[in-house]
Every structure is written in C-alpha cells, then in structure tokens.
Design a protein. Sequence first.
Lengths: 173, 431
Amino acid sequence: MLQDHAKLMKVFSCAGEIVGRKKLQKMIYIAKKLHFPFYEKYNFHFFGPYSEELTLRVEELENNGFLSEVKEKKGGYVQYRYTLSEEGREFLNHFQVDMPFLEGCIKNMNEQSSRFLELVSTVLYFEDLPKEQVQEKVFTLKSKQNYSEEEIAQAHQYIATLRNQTITMARSV
Amino acid sequence: MATYKDEQLHEEKVFKDPVHRYVHVRDKLIWDLIGTAEFQRLRRIRQLGTTFFTFHGAEHSRFNHSLGVYEIIRRIIEIFQGREHWDNSERLLCLAAALLHDVGHGPFSHSFEKVFRLDHEEWTRAIITGDTEINAVLKRVSDDFPKKVAEVIAKTYENKLVVSMISSQIDADRMDYLQRDAFYTGVSYGHFDMERILRVMRPTEDQVVIKKSGMHAVEDYIMSRYQMYWQVYFHPVTRSAEVILTKILHRAKKLYKEGYQFAIEPKHFYSLFNGNVSLKDYLALDESVMLFFFQNWMHEKDDILKDLCTRFMNRNLFKYIEFNPNSSYLQLMELMKLFTEAGIDTNYYLEVDSSSDLPYDFYRPGEEGERIPIYLLMPNGELRELSRESEIVESISGKKRTDHKLYYPQDFVDSLPEGDIKKKIKEILQG
C-alpha cells in the first residue's frame, strides 16, 4: 500500500532537490527504462514521454504534506522546485524501499539539464528503432528544440553510461 | 478503377447512435475495419469497466465509443476542408486512427493492466502492425499505412495537427467519451455544446485551436470533464469494485504460481500469469471470458478467491473511509496488525486507493513542459492559453484536488467475535 508513493519519495530523498516538473518527469521515465521498478504509465507528448499518473502522484504527495513545492517565476515561464518535507522523511522511514542503485543514478540525472533529459528520454522512447531512425524521429518530433547530431550522440553515450553504472553496481553486490 | 484508399461504398452505411444520432460510413476501408475480428472484440469490453456496479446503465462498450470518435473526426474533417494547414491526403489516416485508437484495450482494462503490467497502447500498436485482420485491411491502402496509423495513435506521427485531433486536451476521444459516459450513466454533468466547439475549431501547423468566440462552449466542456471526473470516474463504489477485481487477479496468479489445481483450468490466463502474453492470447481475452472464470471461481476451494469472486459477482463490495496518508498512516499500520491478528489477510482485504490510480484526468494549463494546453485564437491572430482568458477554467485548473480512500470488508469486521481486537478495529475505522 502506497508503495509507489514511497518510491517517489525515495527519489526526492536521493536527489535533495529537483528543479522543474519536466526534469522530474524525464528522470522517472529514464529510471523506469533502466529497469528501476517505477510503474507510472507514460505516453509520448509534445515534450517527450510524459506521465499524468506521475503528475497526480506528485500532487498527492504535496497535498499530504510529504513534499514541498515552490513555484518560481522565471522570466516568461513558471518553474517548480521540489524537496521532501520532514513529514515525508518520517513517512519514508516506515517503508522498505528496496532500490539500492537508485541514488547514484538519480544524482547523476539531477545534474543534467532538463533539455538534455528530454532528449535522452526521447531517444529511449524510440530505442527499438535503428539509430538513424531515432535521429530522424528526434529531428521531426523535436524540431523546435533544434537538437544537433552531436547532442543525440551524447544522449546515446549517456544512456550507455547509466546502464553500465547500474550493471556494475548490481554486480558488485 | 479507384484504388482501395479511394474506394467508396455504393451507398453510405449508417449506425444509429444515441449520442451522435448517426455514425456515417462511406469509405470501404472503414467499413472493412469495423468488420474485423479484433474490432468486433471491442463489443465485449465495456467502456467504463466496473462503473456499471454504480450506474447500472453504464454497460456501453469500447465498440460504441470507437465508432463515436470516428464520427467526430469525420465531422471535424468536414469543417477543416479547404482551410490552411489541413492536408486532405491525411483524411483516411485520421479516420482509421480514430476508429482504432482503443483497439488494444483488454477486459476491465485498468485493473488488468495494473496487475499484469501491460499497456493497452502497446497492444494497440501490436494489433495494428502485427498478424491480424486489421493489419491486412490497412495494408491494402499501402505497406506503410499500418505503421502510420500506429504512429498517430502513439502520438509520434510527424503531422502534429493530425495527432492533436485524436489526442489532446480537447480531442475527439474526450468529446465522445464525456457525452457517451454521461448518456449511459444517466448523469446530467457530461453535456456540452459539441456542435459549437466543432464549428470554432481551427487547424494550425501543430494543433487544433479554438476561436475566441467559442470560449464559453469550451468552458462548458472543461466543467463537464471536471464534474465527470469526480462524480463518475472516481466514484468510490466503482473504485471498490476495481479494488476487488485487482485482488481477484492477484490471488488467481498467486495460486497458479503455487501450483494450485483449479477446478476448471484457467488456460486463458496462463500466459498472463507467466508474463509471456502473445498477441493471439491477448485477443482471446475479453470480459465474457473473465466473468466466466469469476463465476467458476465462486466455487473454488480456495477461500480467498472464492470470497472475492462472490463479492464481485454479487456486488457485495468493500466499504471505505476517507484516508489521509500523513495523519493516519500509523493507524493504518495498527489496523494491518489487528487484521492479521483477527485472521484477515491484509494483502486482499485492506487497500488504499488514490486518485492517481485513475486513468482519467482534468484540464491542465500545461505549465513547464506538461501536456499542450488548449489555445484560443484571438481576433488579432495571437494564441492565448485558455485559463488565462477564462476565469472559470482558471479557478478549477488552479486547484490540486486529490483523494485517498481505505477499503475494507465491513462484513468481516462485523462477524469477528466480540473482544479487544474487534473493538480496536472499529475504533480506527470509525475514526
């Protein structure tokens, strides 16, 4: 019961602070694709993979006082900052959330820009396609983001690094 | 001679429909798709899952809804004819995608997907691109047509306008299900002036937008969506039936994994239990099959499976109380301990259900890279997000309303012997 909420709280606990809803969406999607047991359902939207279920779950955590959400106006747009509250930490103490390699992965992703994570998650969304077709999809569906070939190559490299790290950590146990 | 994609029926076919009055079919492709086994299977999958336990009229199927979405898209295309940004060569693709957008739904699909970790959108893609009658029909248009239809439904098609007609915050899918669900449940909330909305829809490069003069009709649609969410989709009694359904599937899977001998072998479920479902297995499942097994499992030796199925079939549902995970979490742990001491298995007889478990949503103004919001086309050609112009929409989209409920079998609690355990359980449940 409430296991999926607890897993998300674990993410905030590992990250310290997550700035931006888009970033959060992409971090969970990427973690899911790395086989961490997140079960929020994702669809492809204008800004890449997006989960309404995740948005609602985060709202629940905030409404229940487990998560602090700070809204900031940044020039022409709005941005949200998330941190786990004291009550959230206390709640999490009652849960056995067994994802030993999550912390490194979350910290790593949290250091990336949301623009880059949007690209990484889009590449992962189409990972069953050959690389050239993935690139074509990025150029077509993300035309407004103007990603370069070099950035796409970096995204592939980043995915490989994250996967290797997770596998290495798993083997070292 | 006309190619298949241009082939028209000699006479237009019509389906009588309680929501749109008539669904009109003229394209041979659409007629053939409706006749496929995979599309006909949708007659055996209810649109609203377990809602019929609460609103007895809600027996309508995904078949009705799919035809309705097709009809709305057909009407939108008529309105878009000749307008800038609308490419009429996409017409058949739009119609086919509208008709097939839900073809991958499984029986009682929400619980079913949750328990077996499936995604109906992936199955929709598999049905359209795999070895099926639907694929064979679509391929008659062109070899890459099935792929294109699948991409539109998956929202990864290059023409974003086409995608947004079928899937956006004001799309044919939602406009059909809100009206249809309102009609069949008998509630008065889901009504709005769709004809007006269709008349003020305008195509742009990336999406459908609404002329400012149509804002009030859209406000009505947003209110309907909000009301239906809380009054119908998240109805606590429906959720109780969903909880029991989920528990039945978990229990049956657990028994199978432990080598339990069912009186009638549930062969339809084996690949689901084993996590290796083929397209053929998936298509063989519908709600008739599921209810057949539930009916049989009412007589199984396993007490839990037997009880849960009897509850589901006879509508003896769990009761619920409001639950706040923050202030009541320690009480929940105490309750779990007491249930266990009383011999009630908390894996099957205690559940917290949250609003995030629901596959429906309400309008969001699309802050920070969420879904694209609804845009109004202002008289000066500028696009403005709906909630910035409409106070009504702003007032409901700014509120974050969430909900959790705790479900439990009241009859089990009542039948416990008098004593400390029963007293403590009742104290917690009665607050």
